[in-house]
Ligand binder design. Structure first.
Ligand code: SF4
Ligand code: SF4
Ligand code: FES
Length: 260
């Protein structure tokens, strides 16, 4: 009979507990996934007890506080702390979110922090985004033209044409959506995932782009596009309030219209 168990070396074991500092009045317990590939040890879940009064308001502030005062080896990505760079995406209390825009007061009880799901882990909360970025690059996310640039001006758009791409162009490539998508978990080598498909859509509908036919040809494939089964997790988790599921549905519609 088949045995459905994780390999022994991938089971998350109980980790270290760092007790709250003396005099703590607003105790907050934070459990964080830890993994160091160089150690050869299993991943573990460390527990940090903090005084919420000594931390800033966001989950990213908590991580920075832990790194600065408790365990300097804690590893995570961050840059802008403004929800703009997309680098602090992680799984917080079971939901993919940006640590810098998630307030601890909005999280009830313990805070549990894991790397983005279904990706290889580089260290602690840092997931390996190599495949994610390669898929983004594969949709050629840049303007493609055949006609020469007008000699006296840029390639202009009307206000309405710009507004069509305004939302999809606001994607910060955080990967919250793709790593929340069950189809992507099982087919991440062949299904492009919602982030890359949103980027493809953004260029297909750009009034200045002259390669929309080729872009659609590239997507007409049982795996690259059609592994999306409209589960909607992607749209639910997007921290920028974008709608990759609708973009994917629009691409499918365009492909259908080409054949009718
Ligand atoms: S709508 Fe499609 S891309 Fe989005 S989560 Fe569902 S299956 Fe994945
Ligand atoms: S669509 Fe939203 S969740 Fe997905 S990568 Fe872009 S910003 Fe992140
Ligand atoms: S640090 Fe840039 S989005 Fe969070």
């Amino acid at each position: 009979m088949a045995e459905f168990r994780l390999p022994a070396n991938s089971r998350v074991v109980k980790g270290v507990t760092y007790a709250a500092p003396p005099g703590t009045r607003a105790l907050r317990t934070v459990r964080i996934y830890r993994f160091d590939p160089d150690s050869g040890a299993n991943p573990r879940l460390d527990t940090f007890e903090l005084d919420a009064r000594s931390c800033g308001p966001m989950v990213l502030d908590v991580l920075i506080q832990i790194k600065a005062t408790v365990d300097s080896s804690l590893t995570f990505r961050r840059s802008c702390r403004e929800g703009i760079c997309g680098s602090c995406a992680m799984n917080i209390n079971g939901v993919n979110r940006l640590a810098c825009t998630t307030a601890t007061r909005d999280l009830a009880g313990e805070i549990r922090i894991y790397p983005l799901p279904a990706l290889p882990v580089v260290k602690d909360l840092v997931a390996d985004l190599t495949n994610f970025y390669a898929q983004y690059a594969s949709v050629k996310p840049w303007l493609q033209t055949r006609t020469p640039v007008p000699p006296d001006r840029e390639r202009l758009q009307s206000k309405e044409e710009q507004e069509r791409i305004d939302r999809p162009a606001a994607c910060i490539l955080c990967a919250c959506c793709s790593t929340a998508c069950p189809s992507y978990w099982w087919n991440s080598e062949r299904f492009l995932g919602p982030a890359a498909l949103l980027a493809a859509y953004r260029w297909i509908i750009d009034s200045r782009d002259e390669a929309s036919g080729e872009r659609l040809d590239e997507l007409e494939d049982p795996f690259r596009l059609y592994r999306c089964h409209t589960i909607m997790n992607c749209t639910d988790v997007c921290p920028k309030d974008l709608n990759p599921a609708r973009a994917i549905a629009e691409i499918k519609k365009m492909l259908l219209e080409r054949h009718s």
